[in-house]
Write a protein that binds this ligand. Structure first.
Ligand code: NI
Length: 254
């Protein structure tokens, strides 16, 4: 089985000193490619460095996480733009709105989300969207500032209506390990067209059943893939191929 982890954080301190073995385990589990996603300047830089070191296995995405929107400056924008010019960078993100945690004032979050969409337009890259409890504002900003290469709703947390709207706007929907324990997400997965679905670990967070509670890692993507295959009544190899091709289409076709 061949898999593409569309969203992982090997740049997280949880993997310090263990990146080499983690990638080896991922390959053994069939995970041939992954996008390492930045959430501030140091983690975005590290994503690019990893992508340069593990060419054709790791790709990078760069951004300031919505949680830290109150720390955004023009200097950060310029640094992200410089990083985004590296050939290994395939997306802008994770960016979006998080009204569940509310770690930054909502007004700052909306402003900084717009800045990231502007960056995606200027660099002609897709966006990786993080959103929780903020779909109404998120969709209205997205429609106003639409990046031409669209993007993906990562670790999707909405219902059927939000999923349909995301797909209607030309976006992909990515399922994390939460799919294995959320009935709501399982319903969403069954109504989406197969050519719009991605899968991800969001490691080190959100390990799928039967690894729940452990530190997640890209190798565990296989559990989410198998679960999705069973849910959609097809074989795991097919799900691997379809989601791999979708991720390639979004991130690697330039
Ligand atoms: Ni993430």
């Amino acid at each position: 089985m061949r898999l593409f982890d569309s969203h992982t954080h090997l740049n997280d301190p949880a993997f310090e000193g263990e990146i080499e073995e983690t990638i080896k385990r991922a390959k053994e589990a069939g995970v041939e490619k992954m996008v390492v996603v930045g959430y501030d300047i140091p983690s975005s830089k590290m994503a690019v460095e990893l992508a340069k070191k593990y060419k054709d296995v790791i790709y990078a995405s760069v951004a300031l996480h919505p949680h830290d929107s109150d720390k955004f400056t023009q200097e950060i924008y310029d640094d992200l733009k410089k990083l985004a010019a590296e050939p290994e960078v395939v997306a802008i993100g994770e960016t979006g709105l998080d009204y569940y945690r509310d770690y930054s004032p909502r007004e700052d979050q909306r402003k900084v989300f717009r800045e990231h969409l502007k960056l995606a337009r200027e660099t002609d890259l897709p966006v990786i969207i993080h959103t929780r409890k903020a779909f109404a504002d998120l969709f209205s900003i997205l429609e106003e500032e639409m990046p031409p290469r669209k993007g993906v709703f990562h670790c999707f947390s909405g219902g059927e209506e939000e999923a349909r709207r995301a797909v209607g706007l030309g976006f992909y929907v990515s399922f994390s390990g939460s799919l294995t324990f959320s009935k709501k997400l399982q319903r969403v997965a069954t109504i989406l067209p197969a050519n719009r679905i991605l899968i991800e670990t969001d490691a080190p967070y959100l390990a799928p059943v039967p690894m729940r509670g452990r530190r997640n890692e890209p190798a565990f993507l296989v559990h989410t893939a198998r679960f999705l295959a069973e849910l959609l009544n097809c074989n795991p190899e097919n799900i691997g191929e379809i989601t791999y091709a979708n991720a390639e289409e979004l991130f690697l076709r330039f």
